[in-house]
Design a protein around this ligand. Structure first.
Ligand code: ADP
Ligand code: MG
Length: 292
């Protein structure tokens, strides 16, 4: 590859909102066979809202939402924002909490009014010995709709299923079609529930789904996809995406994402939209074709 054509390609990409942090990423991109995408904040807008709350028998919505929001007030996860906005809309006053713990990729827990409250994924609650059967059907309905099902437990008993909706970015469907037109396979890697991931991936025609993974699990998922299909580009935005961005043959961070993701990436997209990924791939192919 001539340094001049790489410079021209990188410059053209920058004009189109794609910053190459590493010169060889332009070359590496053209060998990519699979584009793997984080779901939350990458395929979706990353601004979730609570759209359902089903309390367990004997509990009321304000009661459950108050305890849940009190715990989430200490979390920086986008899901926490959704819960807090819901509590605010309903005019709830949040009590003080103690012994807050954030369990990365699982959920949060704390003591509220002498009660131990857990909020998070199903695998978090079941791992803590909570029987989720009473609200299983409600959570399944939420997930089949493509929404994230969150679980709340109070003192070891399931207390609510909450549906959190994070709409797909308007530009995502066309970007995925364009990746397919470039003969690439598209994968989704997410910490979210498998049923939710399948519903969202189905709408978008995504080829491979890896769900319910912890942040380090995203790295294992990339290695498995690479072994089966070839070089991988991974696109992500969160702190939990940093290991996968570093592992991928080409790590692509959304510029509106976290600094930690940007630091770990080879390529940074100036906008939050995935059509920039398509532009990056096209420029890479055009540049490399000129070189040969
Ligand atoms: P993603 O890959 O979707 O960005 P994360 O690794 O951040 O996922 O989280 C995975 C799952 O863990 C979420 O879908 C949610 O069920 C649960 N979770 C994580 N943090 C929280 C939180 N603060 N409150 C409730 N649930 C959480
Ligand atoms: Mg994300």
């Amino acid at each position: 590859a001539t340094p001049t054509s790489i410079m021209v390609g990188t410059g053209r990409a920058a004009e189109l909102g794609v910053l190459f942090r590493r010169g060889d990423a332009l070359q590496a991109l053209q060998g990519v066979r699979v584009v793997a995408l984080d779901k939350t904040g990458t395929l979706t807008a990353g601004r979730p809202e609570v759209t359902a709350l089903i309390p367990a028998p004997g509990l009321t919505r304000p009661e459950v939402l108050t305890l849940t929001a009190a715990v989430e007030a200490k979390s920086e996860h986008p899901i926490a924002g959704a819960i807090l906005r819901a509590a605010e809309r309903e005019g709830l006053t949040l009590p003080e909490i103690s012994i807050f713990e954030s369990h990365t990729g699982l959920g949060v827990s704390a003591m509220v009014d002498n009660r131990r409250v857990l909020v998070g994924a199903e695998r978090f609650l079941t791992g803590e010995g909570v029987d989720v059967a009473p609200l299983r059907a409600d959570a399944d309905r939420i997930a089949r709709d493509g929404r994230t099902p969150l679980w709340v437990a109070i003192d070891g008993a399931v207390a609510a299923a909450i549906g959190v909706d994070d709409p797909i970015k308007p530009s995502t469907p066309a970007a995925i079609r364009a990746l397919h037109d470039l003969d690439l396979q598209v994968a989704m890697i997410t910490g979210d529930a498998a049923t939710t991931a399948r519903a969202v991936a189905g709408r978008l025609g995504i080829d491979h789904i890896v769900a319910e993974v912890m942040p380090v699990g995203k790295v294992d998922a990339l290695k498995a996809l690479r072994a089966d299909h070839g070089a991988i580009a991974f696109v992500g935005d969160g702190i939990n995406d940093a290991p996968a961005l570093a592992e991928a043959d080409v790590g692509i961070a959304i510029g509106t994402g976290t600094d930690i993701a940007i630091e770990a990436a080879d390529v940074v997209l100036m906008s939050g939209e995935l059509d920039a990924v398509v532009r990056a791939l096209s420029i890479s192919r055009a540049t490399m074709r000129n070189i040969r």
